[in-house]
Design a protein around this ligand. Structure first.
Ligand code: FE2
Ligand code: FE2
Length: 250
């Protein structure tokens, strides 16, 4: 784990990363939304679950967590989920029915603690209103992005993730060309079905995200970035189906 930081008041990033030999790193980030009823978006890497909970303990009374918004069940997003649900007995888990089913294969999950949502849902958590959406790139059918309507924060999950030369606190600090190439490589590797979709329909799906007009984009695998600097990433993302298959080992 790397030290937590706040790109904007009320959002704390809990960062880590995976080394990518010859390229740099893949950021791995969860987010704490401060407030009278704190909300967590994702729960870090499974292998760092203890360190993640220690870091969270430094920031907030974990027992007061009101909600955990889980973007999907992968081990880089749900790492500390089960111990956190024990530590935060009043916290509800927000996920899809598919996410619930997949998590249940790891450990029993009390369905009365789960709020089931799907793409298009609008719901309240921690005194905030969120919209759930399917991001344009994903590697699990359980994946949701979350858009906080009042402050226009977009939690994009694996969407728009990027290999970057080094971990930074701001997306604006990633050299643009490296960031765009890193996004293309990560997203084509993580969502290989991109090659099979209709490019025009796909560009429209990216356009739906652009029209959210998010002020901050908090992707799980891209340093936090603001609207203006995110525009080139949206433009590049819309072209990904035309970029072809990423060369992979055979
Ligand atoms: Fe994933
Ligand atoms: Fe991920």
């Amino acid at each position: 784990m790397e030290p937590a930081f706040s790109p904007t008041p009320d959002v704390v990033v809990l960062p880590s990363c995976e080394p990518v030999p010859g390229v740099g790193v893949l950021p791995v980030q969860a987010f704490l939304l401060r407030g009278a009823s704190p909300v967590l978006v994702d729960t870090g890497l499974a292998r760092e679950a203890d360190a993640f909970i220690d870091a969270l303990d430094m920031l907030v009374d974990v027992s007061r967590l009101s909600c955990i918004l889980l973007t999907h069940e992968d081990a880089d997003h749900a790492g500390a989920l089960f111990p956190l649900l024990e530590r935060a007995p009043h916290a509800r888990l927000v996920t899809t029915p598919v996410g619930f089913g997949k998590l249940g294969s790891v450990q029993h999950l009390d369905p009365t603690r789960v709020r089931f949502v799907g793409p298009g849902a609008r719901f309240e958590a921690g005194g905030r209103t969120f919209r759930a959406l399917r991001p344009p790139m994903y590697d699990s059918p359980a994946t949701l992005a979350f858009f906080e309507e009042r402050q226009r924060w977009l939690f994009a999950s694996d969407g728009f993730g990027a290999f970057v030369p080094e971990l930074t606190e701001r997306g604006e600090d990633v050299p643009l060309e490296a960031g765009l190439e890193g996004m293309s490589a990560f997203c084509r590797a993580n969502s290989p079905w991109l090659m099979d979709v209709d490019p025009a329909l796909y560009a429209e799906a990216v356009g739906t995200f652009r029209r959210l007009d998010a002020d901050w984009i908090f992707a799980s695998h891209l340093p936090p970035i603001r609207k203006a600097a995110f525009e080139p990433y949206l433009e590049r993302a819309a072209r990904l189906p035309k970029e072809g298959q990423l060369p992979l080992a055979v």
